[in-house]
Design a protein around this ligand. Structure first.
Ligand code: AOF
Ligand code: ZN
Length: 358
């Protein structure tokens, strides 16, 4: 199962709104097949593993990180394939929350006499598929917030200087995060201040998330780096309902897509997320700035946080903070993070957690 989970993890980011899944087939103490789901629309993990095993699969045990499917999607049901191949026993890590599956895959295997065991390393599989698990049930993207700040929570100095806060190792980890998300979201203030490119730069070729900019009044300059190279990495602007028509026309003439999010002057962020979900963007990496982070947090649209802290204190009353919002009066009202994980990247620490909204 650990090998199957490793294979699943290696495909993170490349299956779109589909889960990552690994499968290992074992018979008489030997691995006779293995496979992963590598791309939406292509073979599921079980099918790829069965192809490798061929006739040998008869009587084997299958270790699968997700419940084998029982529905006709873009591919035929895996549970049928396991039954036809004569697999004797199936060990499943986690159940598939997809309403089209949700236990029916396991029930089908059992009804054909296969021995099924569920729950081995379930927690590991469910974290790998946390975005899928939310999206498949709600059709809303899973939003991961990433910040890089000083210990006093600043994302720039009082003069706006921000390169660099965190070290190289942290920044490299961010590029892996970008590769693993379908969309990358920033506010227009960040584009105006930093002119970021918002691509994934890794030592090996990476997948490029769709670039999303929340820009209620469409203030983004046509020369901004996020608007270049649309063939390689498209950009969608999230606009308010009252953005100037001439800005809209100028941007659309350049082939930039604009999503109108509500009728008011601001971007309706919840509606924006719903619209992006409808476009099959199932995971979004939110990268600031502070105001967008604060607004997303207030509206409970952030599912997970990855907070990098450099061991530095910059101070300055006007220095921008990683979260800018009205705030609460009492400590008891504070949003808390649960399931905390602490890691170190070079000299920086990285705190990962899941906000609890009461
Ligand atoms: C499995 N094994 O490797 C994967 C599964 O459109 P399709 O045919 O690719 O089906 C996608 C759905 O199938 C997806 O939403 C999830 O429920 C399940 N994914 N199931 O048995 C796999 N990738
Ligand atoms: Zn399947």
């Amino acid at each position: 199962m650990r090998l199957a989970l490793q294979m699943a993890e290696s495909a993170m980011g490349q299956t779109g709104i589909n889960p990552v899944v690994g499968c290992v087939l074992v018979k008489n103490g030997r691995i006779i097949g293995m496979g992963a789901h590598l791309k939406r629309g292509e073979g599921h993990a079980e099918v790829n593993a069965l192809l490798l095993a061929g006739e040998e699969a008869m009587g084997c045990t299958a270790y699968v990180t997700l419940e084998p499917c029982s529905h006709y999607g873009k591919t035929a049901p895996c549970s049928d394939r396991l039954i036809e191949a004569g697999v004797k026993r199936v060990v499943v890590a986690d159940v598939d929350p997809n309403p089209q599956v949700a236990g029916t895959g396991i029930a089908k295997l059992r009804s054909h006499g296969l021995e099924v065991e569920v729950g081995l390393l379930a927690g590991v599989s469910s974290v790998l598929n946390e975005a899928f698990n939310k999206y498949i049930v709600t059709k809303m993207p899973f939003v991961t917030l990433k910040t890089a700040s000083t210990l006093d929570g600043r994302i720039a100095s009082k003069t706006g200087h921000s390169r660099w806060i965190t070290g190289e190792a942290s920044r490299a980890a961010v590029h892996t995060l970008r590769h693993r998300h379908q969309g990358i979201l920033v506010g227009v203030g960040t584009v105006l201040a930093d002119d970021p490119q918002l691509d994934a730069r890794l030592p090996v070729p990476a997948l490029q998330p769709v670039r999303l900019v929340a820009d209620s009044q469409l203030r983004i300059p046509l020369g901004a780096r996020v608007l270049q190279e649309q063939d390689r990495q498209p950009t969608i602007l999230l606009a308010g309902g009252q953005a100037p028509a001439e800005r809209r026309a100028a941007l659309e003439a350049r082939g930039i897509e604009i999503l109108t999010c509500g009728e008011g002057p601001q971007v309706d962020l919840a509606l924006a997320m719903r619209q992006l979900g409808e476009r099959e963007i199932g995971s979004i990496l939110l990268e600031g700035g502070g105001r967008l982070n604060g607004a997303m947090l207030e509206q409970r649209l952030i599912d997970k946080m990855v907070l990098f802290y450099a061991p530095k204190i910059i101070g300055g009353a006007g220095a921008p903070a990683n979260f800018a919002f009205e705030g609460f009066e009492k400590m008891s009202e504070a949003i808390t993070l649960e399931r905390l994980k602490v890691e170190q990247f070079g000299a920086d620490i990285c705190l990962t957690g899941y906000p609890q909204y009461e």
